[in-house]
Design a protein around this ligand. Structure first.
Ligand code: ZN
Length: 271
């Protein structure tokens, strides 16, 4: 009897502890979406003064990779980068970006699911995201763009803001190394392993698909891909994703994270 009462007491205690834990702030999350405004304020005061703004895109990625590839990847890579930096938080992903003309449709707009916005709307979105984060107290606002087409817009917005903020402590940064790593060091690594430039590809090919397999495998339709015939540009694929693996993608992720972290540290160093 005494033992039973003791067990009940223990259980109650365990339940209370679980309840308390469930209500605790998600101290481990680096995503602003997960924090309350007071938690965010306290994080900034405690030294988390860098905010990473992941920029994705919603676009066709061939018949075997989901439309949200850039958005999901940008978020997960930004999380790894923020955790490695140690003093950074991650903003909500910007997933509506310029993709070309609607009528007549150009580039990826020829495929259902691709979303486009005008370049001016995109640049204003970046600008006002940065202004908002400066207002919140961040000192370094870092844009990481997962898609190639808008890299110039990032640099243009950053240049304009930094001119305006010249006498102030806040800086914006367009870290082009994040995207460039996927075009240079990652491709070189794949070539050294015997994959051809043609197979590695430029969009939804081996390199692109391997990265997604490493970070968000549910976005890739692996079974139909394995039995597919050689894909064509008419399907929205440039390259050949059939031999893509998560292991190759993980090597790519390591390259992107290492090169981006080094570039952010260099860019945010105060003299
Ligand atoms: Zn893209």
């Amino acid at each position: 009897m005494i033992a039973a009462v003791f067990r009940i007491a223990l259980c109650t205690c365990a339940l209370l502890t679980a309840g308390a834990l469930a209500q605790a702030p998600p101290a481990s999350s680096v995503f602003i979406d997960d924090l309350t405004w007071t938690e965010l304020r306290d994080d900034i005061a405690a030294g988390k003064t860098t905010v990473i703004v992941p920029i994705g895109a919603t676009e066709q990625n061939g018949p075997w990779m989901a439309l949200g590839k850039h958005n999901v990847r940008a978020k997960l890579l930004s999380e790894k980068i923020a955790r490695t930096l140690g003093d950074a938080l991650v903003a909500p992903v910007i997933s509506y970006v310029p993709e070309g003309q609607v009528d007549p449709p150009t580039q990826h707009m020829r495929f259902p699911g691709t979303i486009t916005i005008p370049e001016t709307a995109f640049e204003q979105t970046l600008e006002y995201a940065a202004r908002s984060f400066k207002r919140a107290g961040f000192r370094d606002i870092v844009f990481l763009g997962d898609h190639g087409g808008y890299q110039k817009s990032e640099s243009a917005v950053v240049a304009r803001l930094n001119r305006e903020w010249q006498a102030q402590g806040t800086r914006a940064h367009a870290i082009e190394e994040y995207y460039r790593a996927t075009e240079t060091a990652y491709v070189e690594m794949l070539k050294r392993r015997g994959y051809s430039r043609e197979e590695i590809g430029s969009h939804a090919g081996l390199a692109d698909t391997a990265l997604t397999l490493a970070l968000a495998p549910d976005l890739v339709r692996t079974a139909p891909l394995a039995s597919a015939a050689k894909p064509t540009a008419a399907q929205g694929v440039h390259g050949d994703p059939r031999r893509a693996t998560a292991e190759l993608g993980r090597l790519g992720v390591d390259i992107i994270v290492a090169q981006t972290v080094a570039a952010i540290r260099k860019a945010t160093m105060r003299r």
